[in-house]
Design a protein. Structure first.
Length: 284
């Protein structure tokens, strides 16, 4: 047991080698450990060790994402209830990420143009996705429930919802406007950990995560299923339906089409790929 200040390159390299060779940690865990050491020496101990930045980071192996068939999607969504069912259908029907759906605001749902504007997605980018027509009635009903909570908050004098980019400083009442309210608001007020203000936040993300796990178990789906599986399935099913990959790239908000190309590999697996020579021998 020595203080990190008294250790150097040999000890750090030995520790990182132990993680890779003995504990067999994943590349992301190894990278996290290296980043933590960089932060410790540079920010906490104020010791600049240029050799740390020269250490080779393990490359992350690209995995083909798990994708559900359309039948499995129907079964999965069928076991969701209430607002979790609506949110799950919205994520699958638009390809939005979990937090993009939870942070959706009233002003960004455009029923007339049949689009949803996704604000500040991954990388801080905005994009536009389709609004499924089959969800129009459900979303309008959800907005009615949200409106009731918004009216109650206004009557109680509760602070408005959180608004981005310090807009609350420039427009103090912006968070109290109906257009900025959450489409999926939390049922109760809670404290904002950054400001200490009691206000209404959007639904807690773990609610849908737990509901998806329970629904997958109830539907007897053996594939690994998470909320993000809905997004993977959205992209794959669009490509299966003939949508060009550039359009899918824009809908997903990928900066590079090479990221979207992973779903072409999924398609090969889902479509069965090349016939097996065993089937030729058996005359199948």
């Amino acid at each position: 047991m020595q203080h990190p200040r008294d250790m150097g390159a040999a000890e750090v390299q030995q520790f990182l080698s132990m993680l890779a060779n003995e504990r067999r940690v994943s590349s992301s865990t190894h990278n996290q450990a290296l980043s933590a050491l960089l932060f410790l020496y540079r920010e906490v101990l104020d010791i600049h060790l240029p050799w740390l930045t020269e250490l080779q980071r393990p490359t992350r192996v690209k995995r083909i994402p798990a994708v559900l068939t359309q039948t499995e999607i129907l079964e999965l969504l069928g076991f969701l209830e209430g607002d979790m069912a609506l949110l799950g259908k919205l994520l699958y029907g638009t390809g939005m990420r979990l937090m993009e759906g939870l942070r959706l605001r009233v002003k960004d749902v455009d029923f007339e143009r049949q689009v949803v504007v996704v604000r500040q997605g991954k990388g801080g980018k905005d994009r536009v996705v389709m609004l499924p027509r089959s969800l129009e009635a459900g979303l309008k009903a959800q907005l009615g429930r949200s409106r009731a909570l918004w009216c109650r908050d206004r009557e109680d004098g509760s602070p408005g919802v959180e608004v981005p980019d310090a807009l609350a400083v420039k427009y103090p009442n912006l968070g109290s406007r109906w257009g900025w309210f959450w489409v999926f608001p939390a049922p109760r007020l809670s404290v904002d950990p950054r400001s200490g203000v009691w206000r209404r936040h959007h639904l807690f993300e773990e609610r849908l995560q737990r509901a998806i796990k329970l629904a997958a178990a109830a539907a007897h789906i053996t594939k690994p299923v998470s909320v993000h599986t809905l997004r993977h399935s959205f992209a794959t099913h669009l490509l299966q339906g003939g949508t060009d990959i550039r359009t899918v790239q824009e809908l997903l908000g990928h900066s590079d089409v090479s990221t979207t190309m992973i779903y072409t590999h999924v398609l090969k697996v889902a479509a069965g790929g090349t016939p097996s020579p065993l089937d030729r021998l058996a005359g199948v």
